[in-house]
Write a protein that binds this ligand. Structure first.
Ligand code: SAM
Length: 239
């Protein structure tokens, strides 16, 4: 187990929407913009969290079901077009071939077995159905180790290569990067750290980063903050 169970998310739920990237409209627009049409009778979000993406999908495309392991995260959702269910992505509680569209944003770095989650998503998609995916990734695969160390949470951020490997059963893959520029590390830490020691360690590590990381992330030491570009890999695939 990675230790990022429902208890971890119960603690993060209160602050979650205050983290800048979560409700960033340009990011959500770019992500949803990859969906090729707007006729999907059955839509599922895996790891729906507080419903930041789901609110827009339900308004622009149609009603949807969302699963998440955390009751506290989905308790933040209050929207007619969204049916939230507490469930584990490793065992989706749906029949085979139930959905025309499944999507998932920034979940796989928290789960134990990404391959199993991808096979569950594949199983629940109708033939020809679409899977839209987004994941924060290191600015370049070559600095993956440093990136994991820098975040300091015993999390492995999957590289682009690892992610593409998870799509081996799918076809018609289309992909794009979305870079959130000049993201405040202090905003992220203030809303995600469990204690002051964790915050101090992560700041210290950022200040000790390599020239390669600094160049790739447009690192900027601002007064009382550190600003970096954060890269998200977005992929649209078909069953
Ligand atoms: C970083 S949040 C992303 C939330 C949402 N997708 C978004 O983009 O705002 C990760 C979410 O994954 C959920 N999660 C983690 N492990 C899970 C699992 N095994 N099954 C279902 N959800 C899980 C967490 O509870 C949390 O809500």
């Amino acid at each position: 187990m990675k230790g990022y169970s429902e208890n971890y998310w119960a603690k993060r739920a209160k602050q979650y929407n205050k983290t800048n990237w979560v409700k960033n409209n340009s990011f959500i627009d770019a992500f949803i913009g990859m969906i090729p049409n707007n006729h999907y009778p059955n839509i599922l979000e895996v790891g729906i969290g507080t419903g930041a993406v789901a609110e827009k999908v339900s308004e622009r495309i149609g009603p949807l079901t969302g699963i998440d392991i955390s009751q506290e995260m989905i308790d933040k959702i209050n929207h007619d077009g969204i049916t939230p269910i507490v469930a584990n992505a490793h065992n989706l509680p749906f029949e085979d071939e139930s959905f025309e569209l499944i999507y998932m944003r920034n979940v796989i770095h928290y789960i134990d077995d990404p391959k199993k989650v991808f096979s569950e998503i594949y199983r629940c998609l109708k033939p020809g159905g679409q899977f839209l995916f987004s994941q924060v990734v290191p600015p370049d695969d070559s600095i993956s180790k440093e990136y994991d160390w820098l975040v300091g949470r015993d999390i492995h951020y999957p590289t682009k290569r690892e992610i593409l490997g998870l799509f081996s059963s799918f076809h018609s893959v289309k992909q794009d990067d979305f870079v959130l520029e000049k993201q405040s590390i202090m905003n992220w830490l203030n809303n995600t750290c469990q204690n002051e020691d964790e915050k101090a360690t992560i700041i210290e590590r950022h200040r000790a980063t390599s020239g390669a990381y600094r160049l790739l992330s447009n690192y900027e030491d601002a007064s009382g903050d550190i600003l970096v570009d954060i890269k998200h890999l977005m992929i649209l695939a078909q069953k």
